[in-house]
Design a protein around this ligand. Sequence first.
Ligand code: CP
Ligand code: NVA
Length: 302
Amino acid sequence: MRHKDLVSFQDYSTEDFWELLETALQLKRELRAGIAHTMLAGRTLAMIFQKPSLRTRVSFEVGMTQLGGHAIYLSPDDIKLGQRETTEDIAQVLSRYCNGIMARVFGHEIVEELAQYSEVSVINGLSDLLHPCQILGDLLTIYEKKRKLEGLKLAWIGDGNNVCNSWLEAGPKLGIAISVACPAGHEPNSKILEQARRLGTVEIVHDPKIAVKETDVLYTDVWTSMGQEKEVQERRKRFRDFQINQELLKLAKPNAIVMHCLPAHYDEEITKEVAHGPQSAIFDEAENRLHAQKAVLALLMR
Ligand code: CP
Ligand code: NVA
């Protein structure tokens, strides 16, 4: 892997995605076979969090342990990113101690700045704009279920948010067509959308029933992302018709799978019946964050 960082998928090629996915599949097989790794022995990942997390925090920490390394959790209060000292100084200091930095931040420019000033790899563990690590776990899950990626269709139901933006950066490079059903005014980032349209098959519709036609994957995420809590009431009204439920699922391909990055708000963007139902891939998807991120750590930090 020729990359230093994983901040976005901007410079990632189709070959880079497959290298990551194949590495993830191999690491997953080896874990199941009880094969232990020491490839990151003596290496430390600093994990900076400005926002809460279950999956990202635990899967990165467990991933480092399984590869023989160590991870340090820095909570929102620990280093007070943006308040106590500059992001540039944090990047320089952590580069003297650690071999990699994973950061979950509000403004995307913060993770960009960390990458700019750090001598070690920087991994975006979610920003207001993007969530690339989520999509790597998602791609692994879809590949395991469908045995291919090219030619599939994914319907995004709900907010054109960070997870949706990362899907638009990745999907076209892997031959996955994306249909986004969102309320007017909640479209994905316009620059990312424009680029996705140039690279692949992408459409924006405002009706979930249209988006899920002939779809292989139905995907949704919370109506209100972290940092938007003040808008929660307004968003509940605007997104009311953007729910994955049994009725919507019936309009997709009969073997379609349902995905959600989690955490879920049941009876808002998805019903519990569907999320825990036979077509749900949600908990395999959560597990695959671990395997996909171990591939990222192995390829960037080895
Ligand atoms: N999907 C995801 O990133 O979950 P967390 O917010 O719990 O890390
Ligand atoms: N869009 C959600 C994803 C959480 C993993 C958020 O940013 O809160």
